[in-house]
Design a protein around this ligand. Structure first.
Ligand code: F6P
Length: 325
């Protein structure tokens, strides 16, 4: 059945480009002759009936803004079938028979559960972590990476002035994509990702090597999900500062990476994925995630995506080591 009234929500951690995706869902939906509802605050708002129809003008002037104007939330309770049934009932009460879920792994797991309950749901891959199988790049990653890089470039300047080493911690949950890419693009001496066990001694060797090769600074990019995150590494080296050569400082970038205005890549990706999502619903195809695969927009069944580890390119980790000489 082709839906005539659909809803769109953003869920989980916000990502730059979510607004562009909402705008494209609303406007392509309206173009198809549908009514499009915006759900406030993710699944939490859905369960509370916080949704209203959105016109084309109401999604004007948001394309370039970070965050999500609809609001987002994490709702672990959505795993409970009774909570989901409450959400479904809210949609049914408004005659909504299609849903676009813009979000990452946890959000798409909720989408899969709703799809199994009979709702026509299409997911749009969006998370700065880039840990969602079914999309080589997710909405927000590119902008977050550029923000991390800008910070790393600045840290390199001050590190050089003082002959210091910096441990820079980036987000990514259990995925090392942001750390690896920021490390390569930022010319790091060492990269620590959750996917590969690294001992503090390995990092010490990298820093000592950089010092002995006469480098004026050293940078270690650490993923927050690594067993030895930046703070733990700094604690480990606290007693043996002299041994490293460099004086050591720690910077945790945290949510700064999430709050930026989306760059061109994320605006375009968000727009294309969201438009593909309403096309899917129009064709009566659902229970899928739309993402970027081999440079093209593709839809993959949600059950082949949710909870499926994506991994990172370990070859690039080797390349980083070669480039750090
Ligand atoms: O999933 C996006 C993300 O920013 C992760 O990188 C990070 O671990 C997490 O969200 C932080 O979550 P919160 O914003 O709820 O603290």
């Amino acid at each position: 059945m082709v839906p005539r009234k659909i809803a769109v929500l953003t869920s989980g951690g916000d990502a730059p480009g979510m607004n562009a995706a909402i705008r494209a869902v609303v406007r392509t939906g309206i173009d198809k002759g549908w009514e499009v509802f915006g759900v406030r605050n993710g699944y939490a708002g859905m369960c509370d009936g916080q949704m209203e129809p959105l016109g084309a003008r109401e999604v004007g002037n948001i394309l370039q803004r970070g965050g999500t104007f609809l609001g987002s939330a994490r709702l672990p309770e959505f795993k409970d079938p009774a909570v989901r049934a409450r959400g479904m009932a809210q949609l049914e009460a408004k005659g909504i028979d299609g849903l676009v879920v813009i979000g990452g792994n946890g959000s798409q797991s909720g989408a899969l559960a709703l799809s199994r309950m009979g709702l026509a749901v299409v997911g749009v891959a969006s998370t700065i972590d880039n840990d969602l199988a079914g999309s080589e790049m997710t909405i927000g990653v590119d902008t977050a990476l550029n923000i991390a890089l800008e910070a790393i470039d600045r840290l390199r300047v001050t590190a050089s002035s003082h002959k210091r080493a910096f441990l820079v911690e980036v987000m990514g949950r259990n995925c090392g994509y942001l750390a690896l890419m920021a490390g390569i693009a930022g010319g790091a001496d060492s990269v620590v990702v959750p996917e590969v066990e690294v001992a503090p001694e390995d990092i010490a060797r990298d820093l000592q090597g950089a010092w002995e090769r006469g480098k004026a600074h050293a940078l270690v990019v650490v993923a927050e999900g690594a067993r030895h995150n930046a703070v733990r590494l700094a604690q480990h080296f606290e007693q043996e500062k002299g041994r490293l050569g460099f004086d050591l400082r720690v910077t945790t970038l945290g949510h700064v990476q999430r709050g930026g205005a989306p760059g061109a890549f994320d605006r375009l990706l968000a727009t294309r994925l969201a438009a593909a999502a309403t096309d899917q619903l129009a064709r009566g195809e659902h229970g899928r995630l739309v993402g970027l695969m081999r440079g093209e927009i593709r839809a993959t069944p949600l059950d082949e995506v949710v909870g499926v580890p994506k991994g990172i390119d370990l070859g690039l980790l080797q390349l980083q080591k070669v480039l750090a000489q």
